[in-house]
Design a protein. Structure first.
Ligand code: PLP
Ligand code: COI
Length: 339
């Protein structure tokens, strides 16, 4: 076990010992390589640098109550990476390469998996880039798949305490019929200005209105949005939202706990009606939203008055993280025990 201040980890980069690489060249994937270097050598005309041929995933390995190490629904991350690859014409990563890569990355860096009880986890960042040279706008002939890992704490510094978010309409992270539903770097570049402004104005992140009509809730920064009202778990469905694996799991848990689940367009006016609200994702886990301010109208929607998450958010958080840390029954078989 490394000598790290586990309890005070943030969502930042901490160097680990090994990362994984695999190259697609001459029409085929090569062997998995283990590297100790934090840098890569790249052609100056690589398509990832010029034309945004880049997609990534985010997943976590958890050290459980029984000291076993679990991955959560990793096949869903692999499937989403296929969709991302298809969406920007990159070479798909075969399942065996993805699986062997994530297993190796965790095993080789196991001393960096935060101990049980610290609230931390080992974040895995699989990354696929067009590495072949092109000058005309076209997909590369060569690709590089990598995985690095880093120990992380909460994405928002508040952890499981309610955060403030800002509803905005003057930036879009993705275009209608664009790349919002896949996990490509360009979406994140497009979200940076909104995110930085939200921070400067005192908010954890920006909630985007849908790009086409500005009538509906889209993404909550780097996470999906949900609201709870009258025994219902309500979450946006939109062509510009990333299908979150955390949200998919919360919908199943919510239904299992007796909530009615609605996945549909969620009108901005509904923000005034929720009893609880939250942002969910691998990095954010569940980040309860204490208040949302509409940047254009000034309207304020308050969901937490006492600085605590609401009862349903607490229950969902306990059940989700309980499964991930091996504390409660994994009824849906979501976890893969690595070792
Ligand atoms: N939305 C965006 C824009 C994200 O970057 C993420 C993070 O991956 C999510 C939602 C949540 O997805 P997941 O729960 O699969 O991590
Ligand atoms: C994740 O939740 O894994 C994300 O990718 C969100 C953000 C760190 C980009």
């Amino acid at each position: 076990m490394k000598n790290i201040d586990w309890k005070n980890l943030t969502f930042g980069y901490v160097k680990t010992d090994y990362n994984i690489r695999c190259y697609f060249k001459d029409g085929k994937w090569g062997p998995l390589e283990v590297s100790t270097s934090e840098t890569i050598e790249l052609h100056i005309a690589a398509t990832c640098l010029h034309y945004g041929q880049e997609a990534f995933e985010g997943m976590k390995a958890y050290r459980g109550k029984d000291n076993k190490v679990r991955l959560f629904r990793w096949e869903e991350n692999w499937l989403r990476l296929q969709r991302s690859a298809d969406g920007i014409l990159m070479q798909r990563v075969p399942k065996e390469i993805f699986e062997e890569g994530i297993r190796k990355a965790v095993e080789l860096n196991q001393e960096y998996i935060p101990p049980y009880g610290t609230g931390g986890s080992l974040y895995l960042r699989p990354l696929l880039i067009g590495s072949g040279a092109k000058v005309g706008v076209s997909p590369a002939d060569e690709y590089l798949f990598m995985i690095f890992v880093t120990p992380v704490g909460p994405y928002f510094k508040e952890g499981f305490k309610p955060v403030k978010m800002q509803l905005i309409r003057d930036f879009d992270r993705a275009a209608p019929q664009g790349t919002g539903s896949i996990k490509v770097g360009g979406n994140y570049a497009a979200s940076l200005r909104a995110g930085q402004r939200a921070h400067k104005e005192g908010f954890a992140t920006a909630i985007f209105a849908d790009a086409k009509t500005k009538q509906y809730i889209d993404e909550a920064g780097p996470a999906n949005f949900y609201g709870i009202r009258d025994g219902k778990y309500i979450t946006p469905d939109s062509e510009t939202i990333l299908p979150s694996i955390t949200n998919m799991s919360l919908r199943e848990l919510a239904a299992d706990m007796g909530l009615i689940v609605e996945r549909r367009h969620v009108a901005l006016e509904e923000l005034a009606t929720f009893e609880e609200a939250g942002a969910c994702g691998t990095a954010a886990v569940i980040s309860p939203i204490g208040m949302i301010q509409d940047r254009d109208t000034g309207a304020v929607h308050q969901y937490s008055k006492d600085g605590e998450a609401g009862p349903w958010s607490k229950k969902l958080y306990a059940r989700l993280t309980g499964i991930q840390y091996g504390e409660v029954e994994d009824k849906f078989n979501w976890c893969t025990v690595l070792f």
